[in-house]
Write a protein that binds this ligand. Sequence first.
Ligand SMILES: Cc1cc2nc3c(=O)[nH]c(=O)nc-3n(C[C@H](O)[C@H](O)[C@H](O)COP(=O)(O)OP(=O)(O)OC[C@H]3O[C@@H](n4cnc5c(N)ncnc54)[C@H](O)[C@@H]3O)c2cc1C
Length: 224
Amino acid sequence: MRAELVSYRDLASGVRHFVFESAEIDGAAFQPGQFVSFSETIGEKRITRAYSIVSPAIVDHRFELCLNVVDDGRMSPLLFRMQPGESIDMKGPLGGFVLKQPVSDCIFIATGTGIAPIRSMLLSLPEPAARRHILLFGARYRSGLYYWDDLKDLPIDIWPTLTRSDADWTGRTGWVQQHLDEAIGERRDWHFYICGLKAMVDDVRARLKAMGFDRKQITYEKFD
Ligand SMILES: Cc1cc2nc3c(=O)[nH]c(=O)nc-3n(C[C@H](O)[C@H](O)[C@H](O)COP(=O)(O)OP(=O)(O)OC[C@H]3O[C@@H](n4cnc5c(N)ncnc54)[C@H](O)[C@@H]3O)c2cc1C
């Protein structure tokens, strides 16, 4: 399967929103939270990397991604050099990081581009106002709260937290982990969706386990 780059726009320095199109992609098979995998031969090696779909649906064979460039990485700099009209080998949609049905009250936890599959889920929630949902969204700076304009008006509680806040930031500060207890309260019937780099995901899972949550209540995706 090939995916052609249609357009892109920068969300912040080193972070980009991509629109791809693939005539062969099966949009009906997509579940919010899933990813595509891109493959390219670099030198003599075949490199394959996963990228979560950030859009809530695949419409007209188009899907959207959100990437941060890893400067000394192999695949991400290549994708940042791509121009509209160029294409790459792909597979997908793939993966089991999807909403468990029926959707219960949930706490979503994302850092950085880990918001990608969670944005896809949040924008496709069947009845967001009928349930209690909390999004704990962590970034270094305010500019790292990607897709804020799409998320801020959703009928869910959104708790952004910054580790390096600007002087005029009056919201939460510190890691997402520091706000977990307050989000959970006394309830033990939440379902958790966690996405980001391994260190955060593993730490949140360990804390939830220590609080008595069952692993069936925790769905997660690690980017590294
Ligand atoms: C299921 C899944 C979904 C993913 N979805 C996304 C996504 O939506 N957006 C996205 O930007 N990445 C995503 N990734 C990460 C992506 O697949 C690549 O690992 C990333 O682009 C780095 O690849 P690279 O070849 O450029 O670097 P590599 O040559 O593979 O490695 C460079 C280093 O970068 C680290 N790294 C990996 N991912 C990141 C990251 N996101 N930020 C900082 N450091 C990282 C690795 O630990 C490694 O040490 C996802 C990974 C998985 C497994």
